[in-house]
Design a protein around this ligand. Sequence first.
Ligand code: DGJ
Length: 714
Amino acid sequence: MIKQNGRTIHLMGKEVSYVMVINNDGDLINFHMGKKIADRDYASMKEQWAEGCGMMSNTIALDVYPQEYPSYGLSDLRNPAYQIVNKFGHPNAKLTVRDIIIHENEVVKVKDMPSLYKGDCKADTLEVVLYDEAIEFEAHLYYTVFENYNVIARHAVLINKADEDIELSSAYSMSLDFPRADYDMVHFAGAWLRERDMIRTPLQLGAKVEACNARGASGHQINPFAMICSRDADENNGEVFGLSLVYSGNHSTVATVDQFGFLRVQQGINPLSFRWILKKDEEFCTPQSIICYSDKGFGKMSRDMHDVVRNNIMTSAFTHKERPILINNWEGTYFDFNEKKLLAIAKKAQKVGIELFVLDDGWFGQRNDDHRGLGDWFVNKKKLPSGIDGLAEKVNKLDMKFGLWFEPEMVNPDSDLYRAHPDWAVKIPERTPVEIRQQLVLDLTKPEVRDYIVKAVSDILSTANIEYVKWDMNRQITDMPCLGYNHKYTLGFYDIMHRIVTAFPNILFEGCSSGGGRYDLGVLAYMPQFWASDNSDAGCRFKIQYTTSMCYPIYSIGSHVTAVPNHQCGRTTRLKTRGDVAYMGAFGYELDITKCTDNEIEEIKAQVEFEKKVRSLMCEGDFYRLVNPYESNYCSWETVSKDKKKVFLFAGKSMAVAYDKNPKIKLQGLCPDKLYKNTATGEVYGGDLLMNRGIDVGFKGDDFATQVILFEEA
Ligand code: DGJ
């Protein structure tokens, strides 16, 4: 709901208030973002910031105002929300409110980029029009609030009204000033195979903490999700502001604390290497930033975020559907396969109940290793004499679905595509382009390149019965032919995504980027699942999956059981451990199942059966992180069905401890009055006992021992 009360504008979500006031000079001031407050006129309330202070008290001291979209200079000398060179060639602007528009029962979408839509509940959008008459520059700030969620989604559109060009060198999606800074910032950093470590930094007077990525895609190194939280915040306590940018390119989340101990937080496109020229009446639209508020710790924020993402961001028809259990051949065969080998894997997989066979890299052109072939999207008949259509047919005959891998944004210099169109790869004219993994990036800013990709992929998808696609992207974008290139590339990527997924609504798409290198809400808008990491070791996955769940719905997390010793870190874990960890997410296998022993096959059969019982919980349930693997030797999580009748519990221990006492795991989110039966042992427990006393899950084994329990209402 959005209400205007004099010069106060109040957005109300389920339990959240976002209050702005317009001061006498027309500046748009943030008054409150947090737990719901009453709907009153707050514009007349006297506060020190409203008066100005110190040296600047005789003027309008924007430096002490909590603002909604501040510029640099003209009395605010903090980090600006945007920077321009105006029509006079000066680097300043001052935007004041010109109009307030309330779009009732409407979600204003972001142009050419994915953003929230009106899904499962009423949503309203506020549009504030700001203007700087002196330089003829306009900004429209959009705020969408949802009735069922504690979420405010923001984006901005900047328009040049002058005859002369203006230059934008930064434009954040949101800027939020807090009247205090006793908060921490949490961001998710890492690398290939080590995605999304949770890093917590206390915010201090004068500090600037920036979590940003400038590697082309949203990146392994820093995820475009961060949190601002109170010092005491943990899973169940404290204030948390989750900030997620719906964007797949270079991004930045920055927190600065000023001289008075006030905090400014901004999120949007990374200003590094960004520049955009606006001619008369041209506009620049930022991506959307989603702010999700919780007054009860990270857990509540995550559950709210998961629901809003599942119901209002993801567009795939598979979002709310149980996904097929897959087997992918990558770690099983790498490039060394032929049709016979693949069919042997599929056949054995089908016998244990696996439902989808996925053919990964190496099926096209001269792609016998990662040195060649990218771009040549025609089947390699030497390896696959009956073609993709023939192979799909044979797999279908086994009563399995068939899925295929692509990496359409890339080209190897050793490929027919590159030989025919060397100008289609991203290049700085005077320089040799940088190769990573022997590949170059196709220039998605060129319409003919996008058309080629859409056609090449569509041709294959429409000639064979392909029901799943893994869309990979395996390198960073290093060569920048112009400032702002990365944003143009990202828009090109979204154009392709939009065209492909709308043309093939019955295909389940899974994103991938050397593992989790482009795991963001921009991609999830098109593809409901993402390969979380190339690191498939169950022990490492304790942490990777735990932190990924902070923002992303758990059923979006691609998680597979792979062979041991693990190919990435060399560790040997039990098959049970690997299965138990992989249940949390879009479950599958990635090994040569023909090499499994009879005992392993029996165990896999049981896992597949168990997965079929629990996957609806991963799809629609509420997720609780119970024990943090960063803080203890244990790790535990739980999913509860919305009707609280079914519960999946996972617990794992990292290192074996001699003469250890296993912890009592306390469950959450159950109905205290209900009785819950452990479906494996038949034991019955009260919901109150499970939540207030906790249970010993009974780990068996040494390092990385795990246990899973499915409870059902007794
Ligand atoms: C990187 C992905 O993350 C892997 O799963 C696999 O698909 C390879 N690319 C194939 O080249």
